[in-house]
Design a protein around this ligand. Structure first.
Ligand code: AMP
Length: 475
């Protein structure tokens, strides 16, 4: 089946060809005709499946007729994060190049004035994060009564981020006879309930997870001691020895993102960072530096990097094992995209046993373990210094001893790889995966605040709320 068989206009077919696509992906094949027929839709699909185009393309044709009115957007797309909202906006620009549709982006972290001006002119498509949309709605800057098409994207992430009450509220402000499209990687009960309440006779489409079935990604677990110092050293060894061209390194906490980036830069690496505490323009600037190749390492938190479509990433490193198994799939899916091969390394200490167990259950396969890397423990005096009352934790500075592996990257780059650490060039598989010990399990901290995500204060945890503790994995 080709794009021409899906009922799209000639202008859109032209834009699709210009985007370089030859065939529609499975979700596009199934979703596009239904959206064009104005049906409600539930799409169980992740990023990487082509799901954005599955709603953006037909929306453009649906909206081609008709006119926008001031403050009354004709369609609304809800996204959990600013980055995803910006990415969907880019998709509209790309596919809508032969149409004259107007669009506005309502996201936190950018000046509200321009966003309000755009709304006042009238827009065909409004792409928003729920928080900013509700804010403007409550100020009377926006009317949703003319909004006949609603897309709720990444619904399960919205749930993780505590946005469901906002979404319910928003749904009640739209006309009851609108068309609603809901996309989610998983369908936990609260999302099912949301769909039952706000969608009418939807068509349900489910497509395979891209990353979990992606055989282009080689995955490794790397046993490390349970200390940030040792983990940073292990990470540097991997970066040096594994032929990394571009890498995204994921951390669970915003503070870890900052500290790790600082440490990598001190050791001579070209790295940048992206996390929820940064304003929008800084995040975009950092991403652009990475995309342009000014830096080749991006240290990221889950929320900030969710769904980002960055091509040509050779390696993904999980500096911390994610607590939520779905996040593992999303993280490693940043590499091995569009037919390319990629490698994902996850540093695992004894505290990560349960998280890894859940990831392996979700993937339905064990992940190979490398032999332990010969990393050193933190020198006693540094440990003592860090423990002192009032002293701030600092990123580890390059050590002054003469060992090659501890020299800054710049000083090492001329040395032949083999002389550095031959045994690490090819990961060693252990013959038997180590069984996690029961008493290694992390403390279940159910009291962490739900709102510590994207724009929230930095109270440490930046990944999903450890809701996976309530998450049941199909046997
Ligand atoms: P998404 O799942 O929407 O995040 O899309 C993932 C990537 O697939 C993006 O880089 C899209 O540009 C790309 N893409 C979407 N549709 C197609 C297609 N039919 N053929 C090839 N690439 C596509």
């Amino acid at each position: 089946m080709s794009f021409a068989d899906l009922g799209l206009s000639d202008e859109l077919l032209k834009a699709v060809t210009e985007a370089g696509y030859t065939d529609p992906t499975p979700i596009q094949r199934q979703a596009i005709p239904s959206v064009l027929m104005m049906r409600d839709l539930i799409g169980i699909a992740q990023t990487g499946t082509g799901k954005t185009a599955s709603f953006v393309l037909p929306m453009i044709d649906v909206l081609a007729e008709g006119r926008s009115r001031a403050r009354m957007p004709r369609s609304l797309i809800l996204e959990p994060t600013r980055e995803l909202a910006a990415q969907v906006a880019e998709n509209f620009e790309k596919y809508g190049t032969h149409h004259k549709l107007s669009m506005a982006l309502l996201i936190g972290g950018v000046q509200m004035g321009d966003q309000v001006k755009a709304l006042e002119k009238g827009v065909d498509v409004l792409i928003a994060t729920p928080g900013r949309l509700m804010d403007l709605f409550e100020r009377g800057k926006i009317l949703l009564t003319g909004c006949n098409l609603l897309v709720i994207d990444e619904a399960d992430r919205m749930l993780d981020m505590g946005f469901i009450p906002d979404i319910e509220n928003i749904c009640t402000k739209l006309p009851a006879n609108r068309q609603t499209l809901l996309f989610s990687a998983t369908m936990p009960p609260p999302i099912k309930k949301l769909a039952d309440k706000f969608l009418s006779n939807p068509k349900t489409i489910e497509v395979a997870r891209p990353a979990s079935t992606n055989t282009n990604i080689t995955q490794w677990l790397v046993p490390v001691p349970n200390s940030a110092f040792a983990k940073r050293e292990a990470l540097r060894r991997l970066i040096d020895d594994q032929g990394v061209t571009t890498a995204i390194i994921f951390c669970n906490r915003k503070t870890t993102v900052r500290e790790l980036n600082k440490s990598l830069k001190k050791h001579g690496y070209r790295s940048a960072e992206i996390h929820g505490d940064m304003d929008q323009s800084s995040r975009i600037a950092e991403l652009d530096r990475f995309k342009a190749g000014d830096v080749n390492i991006l240290v990221a938190s889950d929320v900030a990097a969710r769904g980002l479509d960055i091509k040509g990433v050779s390696h993904v490193f999980n500096f911390d094992a994610p607590w939520h198994p779905d996040d593992y799939v999303h993280r490693i899916g940043r590499t091995g995209r569009a037919g390319a091969t990629g490698t994902a390394f996850t540093l695992v200490s004894s505290a990560d046993a349960e998280a890894i167990d859940n990831i392996e259950k979700l993937q339905g396969q064990k992940i190979d373990r490398m032999g332990a890397l010969p990393v050193e423990e933190e020198p006693a005096e540094e440990k003592k210094g860090r423990g002192r009352k009032g002293s701030k934790p600092k990123a580890d500075a390059p050590k002054s001893d003469k060992k090659a592996a501890d020299k800054p990257r710049e000083a090492r780059k001329d040395e032949p790889r083999e002389e550095r650490r031959p045994e690490a060039r090819e990961p060693r598989r252990e013959t038997e995966a180590r069984e996690p010990r029961r008493d290694d399990r992390p403390r279940r901290d159910r009291d962490r605040r739900r709102d510590s995500f994207d724009d929230g204060p930095d109270d440490g945890w930046n990944g999903p709320v450890p809701d996976f503790l309530n998450f049941t994995i199909p046997a």
